[in-house]
Ligand binder design. Structure first.
Ligand code: UFG
Length: 330
């Protein structure tokens, strides 16, 4: 089959492209390269367009045929989102509205959407299922929820199917280390710890050790990006048979504290990682752990790379070979 992958030059999007190619499908990557990388496009046709530009989007995609869309293109920095609310709403929500308009005009009626646990806000239960209240605590989460709502509205009013996949903490890299995480700035724990280990990313600060958890640091559910890619592929298979809207959590159901992640990184790199303990980062909930039973049931999906060592080892293998991108932006 032939798929449109928006944001296909980004971290998670490029792994989905890789999985689709290995399954014998073909893709067109749509990306504005604001955060994506040309080296991540894996020889695929690239349409360089900004989703906010409806005439350009129409012109670039009119008359094409796709069996479905994977929609990743979005701004995704929590801190930046609270400072640039208008930018985030325009880019994420208006961009999705334009994409859906062009999809309907061209008769593409399936979308797998990259959503986030940030739609839930502060957890009110120990594990989070899809019925948990949706109360985002940052603009990023608000825009992702608005994008989900847009998709749901289109599903309810047109012949359309959408699966929203709410990731917990995406981590790791391709099994062959051909692609992986490369954000500028890098804010995520595992790559920051590994950069500190390699001595090329400054020091690592643990943001708070006074949380009400066993070791005082925040607990997160780390899900390997290859397992995310597998879930996306299964979600698109599901949409070949079903229409309507569904939202599914993607996580392993196991939580790891920040300190245990740093310990796992130290074991993988076989050296101590210099770090300090600083104040809490604003907006960090104590613990975020997925109940992903709905995705398992509906898609027949099972995460395979669930232990922390495997996740960190794959991120470390990528860290050794990744292109230097901090200065060239691409
Ligand atoms: N952390 C540190 N030091 C760092 C970086 C992170 O201590 O240098 C801590 C954070 O405070 C947090 C944990 O490590 O407790 C994980 O932080 P990340 O930044 O790696 O990930 P988040 O849990 O903040 O973010 C993830 C996704 C977001 C999503 C959010 C809420 O990356 O896209 O979960 O679901 F919005």
């Amino acid at each position: 089959m032939h798929f449109l992958v928006t944001g296909g030059a980004g971290y998670v999007g490029s792994h989905i492209v890789r999985t689709l190619l290995r399954q014998g499908h073909t893709t067109v990557i749509l990306d504005d390269f604001s955060t994506g990388h040309r080296w991540a496009t894996q020889g695929q046709e690239v349409v360089e367009v900004d989703l906010k530009d409806l005439p350009a989007l129409r012109a670039a995609l009119a008359g094409r045929e796709f069996h479905g869309i994977f929609h990743f293109a979005a701004k995704s920095l929590v801190g930046e989102s609270d400072e640039e609310a208008l930018l985030y709403y325009q880019n994420n929500v208006d961009g999705t509205s334009n994409l859906l308009r062009v999809a309907l005009e061209n008769g593409w009626h399936r979308c797998v959407f990259s959503s986030t646990a940030a739609v839930y806000g502060n957890p009110v239960t120990a594990t989070i299922d899809e019925d948990h209240p949706k109360a985002p605590i940052n603009v990023y989460g608000e825009t992702k929820l608005a994008m989900e709502n847009l998709l749901e509205g289109v599903c309810n009013s047109k012949s359309f199917g959408a699966v929203c996949l709410r990731y917990f903490n995406a981590a790791g890299a391709a099994d062959d280390a051909s692609i992986g995480e490369a954000h500028t700035p890098e804010t995520h724990l595992i790559p920051r710890a590994l950069k500190a280990a390699a001595g090329n990313g400054g020091d690592l600060t643990i943001f708070g050790d006074d949380y009400p958890t066993a070791d005082g640091t925040c607990i997160r559910d780390y899900i390997h990006v290859e397992d995310l890619a597998d879930a996306h592929s299964k979600a698109m298979d599901y949409l070949q048979q079903h229409s309507g809207f569904v939202a599914l959590n993607l996580g392993t159901g196991s939580g790891f504290s920040v300190k245990s992640v740093v310990n796992a990184c130290e074991k993988v790199v076989n050296r101590a990682i210099p770090h300090t303990v600083g104040p809490r980062r604003s907006g960090d909930p104590d613990s975020l752990i997925a109940d992903a039973s709905k995705a398992k049931k509906l898609l027949g999906w099972r995460p395979k790379r669930t232990d922390l060592h495997t996740i960190v080892a794959s991120a470390w293998a990528w860290e050794q070979v990744r292109p230097v991108i901090d200065t060239d932006g691409g």
